[in-house]
Design a protein around this ligand. Structure first.
Ligand SMILES: Cc1cc2nc3c(=O)[nH]c(=O)nc-3n(C[C@H](O)[C@H](O)[C@H](O)COP(=O)(O)OP(=O)(O)OC[C@H]3O[C@@H](n4cnc5c(N)ncnc54)[C@H](O)[C@@H]3O)c2cc1C
Ligand SMILES: NC(=O)c1ccc[n+]([C@@H]2O[C@H](COP(=O)([O-])OP(=O)(O)OC[C@H]3O[C@@H](n4cnc5c(N)ncnc54)[C@H](O)[C@@H]3O)[C@@H](O)[C@H]2O)c1
Length: 512
């Protein structure tokens, strides 16, 4: 047998003849992109006994463990320890703090990312029975995915979990400069003396506070008239006040016009002739999916949008699902995980129906497991009826910006609720006026803001800012998710003296 591929050279390009066409390998499911969402879907379907090919061009696990949630929260933990030590002054005597970034950089390398090596994550997937392929893949017609020369034909579905990349604004000169994205900021071993942060959203604020607490002179430049503009105005004020207290300069309403880079560092000019200079520039102005690379046209799906539109079972089209950031339903790890659970249930349900209830793998125990996963998910689905696949419901979508104070939020903001014509009531209280806030006696700020639907008598949104704002949020998420009647919330017992007891105070202040 010849080892040479069959074909010929035409016009300088190798062309395979018909007999040499790469034969697609038939598998059950192909998952393209093994970030948080893709890895979860691929692993669980493999555990259920399906033949699953997982394709990843970079690191298995995606942005969250290597350049996102985990290392950034490790940085925040370190920065908060510094801030807490500095608070000893007014509370417990004296403490001297000598911040040292080397400790953080080492922890990120050794404990969080294994030096940006994903061998453990790959094994986590293959140990579940999945087959791992390293490379950039794309759709290649209905049911087909190509990775270089390899082609896979998926019998039961394709899942797209290709995530997002930083969205870099078209500011004159910017593209030619060595600006940082979140990746360089997370990987940094030696801190710069000064840092310009373009974008006052979640990433910008979290990292700005971290670097400021380690002694970097930080300026945040935001185009809108407030930072953290997707949340309540009170949340923006609290975050801005906290960052300013850490020495961060915050400039809002600045439209970046031009960026230059020279031996002295970066100069950013605004359209109103504002000028900002710093050694480094971090661009964190949002994220975008790169749909044009996925071969969507080969399955008749429009690749022109910002995200991949999906239905409430995360289906893009027949036999194709999408999970995580690429769906545009909220760029959070918990959304990717939530969606992954729905997809697993739907793929298994789909497969069971396609095969008329027959055993998909020929192993009764595996089918039992698969059906078990599907039905237990159905049982936990808030809006799915018993026995059906749960449907995605983002009403009670929680988010936490891990600044200090943490800004936790769930559901609608007051403005969003009013725009929807809801008969809105709002209740607000400052944490400082609560017993626990007073005892805490620090420079931290915090509050609880509740947004209620007066006609339905339930909470539809809430913000919890404070030292444990993200944890206090959990009670409010349950209230919004389960539509707990306000009368019941008012007659609950709130432990004394906790931060969450301020929820009871805010409930008492609900007014139209
Ligand atoms: C600095 C930062 C901090 C964050 N902090 C938090 C936080 O505290 N809490 C939170 O909930 N969320 C946080 N996030 C968001 C979180 O990281 C994302 O929501 C999450 O990673 C989304 O997972 P995903 O699977 O959708 O996509 P990703 O994690 O982006 O993974 C997609 C994967 O697909 C791969 N891929 C893309 N195209 C192809 C292709 N053609 N072929 C093969 N592979 C491909 C990519 O290489 C990547 O590994 C943070 C993000 C950042 C940047
Ligand atoms: N704690 C968390 O859960 C967490 C932390 C970090 C990131 N994330 C996720 O990652 C996503 C991306 O984060 P992000 O901070 O990049 O995006 P973002 O959308 O949260 O914020 C981007 C900010 O940049 C501003 N901006 C856009 N163009 C600009 C320009 N030309 N000049 C100045 N400002 C400009 C926007 O107005 C916005 O305030 C978030 O939406 C969030 O879902 C989550």
């Amino acid at each position: 047998m010849s080892l040479l591929p069959r074909g010929r050279v035409t016009g300088g390009r190798w062309v395979r003849d018909a007999g040499g066409m790469a034969q697609p390998e038939i598998v059950d499911v192909v998952v393209l992109g093994l970030g948080v969402g893709g890895e979860e879907v691929a692993g669980r379907l493999a555990e259920a006994g399906l033949t699953v090919v997982g394709i990843e061009r970079n690191l298995v696990g995606g942005e969250c463990p290597y350049w996102g949630c985990i290392p950034s929260k490790m940085m925040i933990r370190a920065a908060n320890a510094i801030a807490e030590a500095r608070r000893v002054g007014g509370l417990a005597g004296t403490a001297q703090v000598s911040p040292d970034w080397a400790t953080v950089a080492k922890r990120i390398r050794e404990e969080a990312t294994d030096g940006w090596d994903d061998r453990v994550a790959v094994r986590r997937f293959t140990d579940k029975g999945g087959r791992f392929v390293r490379g950039g893949g794309r759709l290649d017609g209905p049911g087909r995915v190509r990775v270089g020369e390899q082609v896979f034909q998926a019998r039961h579905g394709i899942v797209l979990g290709t995530g997002t990349r930083p969205s870099v604004p078209p500011v004159d000169g910017l593209a030619d400069t060595p600006y940082w994205t979140n990746r360089e900021a997370i990987e940094v071993e030696e801190l710069p003396g000064s840092l310009l942060v373009l974008g006052g959203g979640a990433i910008g604020l979290e990292l700005a506070q971290v670097f400021a607490r380690f002694g970097v002179r930080v300026t945040v430049v935001e185009a809108l008239d407030r930072v953290l503009a997707v949340e309540e105005p009170e949340a923006s004020e609290a975050a801005a006040a906290a960052l300013r207290a850490d020495g961060v300069e915050i400039r809002t309403g600045v439209k970046a016009a031009r960026v230059e880079h020279g031996t002295e560092g970066f100069t950013l000019r605004g359209t109103e002739d504002e000028e900002f200079t710093a050694e480094r520039l971090l661009v964190v102005t949002g994220r975008r999916a790169h749909l044009d690379e996925l071969g969507l046209e080969t399955i008749g799906v429009d690749a022109g949008g910002r995200y991949l539109p999906v239905d409430d079972r995360l289906r893009v089209t027949e036999g194709v699902w999408a999970v995580g950031d690429v769906t545009g339903e909220g760029a959070f790890t918990h959304i990717a995980m939530y969606q992954a659970a729905i997809i697993v249930a739907d793929v298994l349900d789909h497969l069971r129906r396609a095969e008329g209830g027959a055993d998909p793998s020929g192993t009764a125990s595996v089918v039992g497991g698969a059906v078990g996963v599907a039905s237990s998910l159905a049982a936990t689905g808030s809006s799915g009826s018993a026995g059906s696949v749960p449907r995605a419901d983002y009403r009670a979508l929680p988010r936490v910006t891990f600044t200090d104070p943490e800004i936790g939020a769930v559901g609608l903001t007051e403005e969003q609720a009013r725009e929807r014509g809801i008969n809105v009531q709002v209740g607000f209280t400052q944490l400082a006026s609560s017993t626990r806030g007073w005892i805490n006696k620090t420079d931290e700020v915090g509050f609880i803001k509740l947004v209620a639907d007066a006609d339905q008598g339930v909470l539809i949104g809430a913000t919890s800012a404070g030292p444990a704002g993200g944890e206090v949020l959990s009670a409010l998420v349950v209230a919004v998710h389960a539509a707990v009647p306000l009368t019941q919330l008012r007659h609950m017992i709130y432990a004394y003296p906790t931060f969450h007891r301020a929820i009871s105070e805010a409930l008492g202040k609900l007014r139209s």
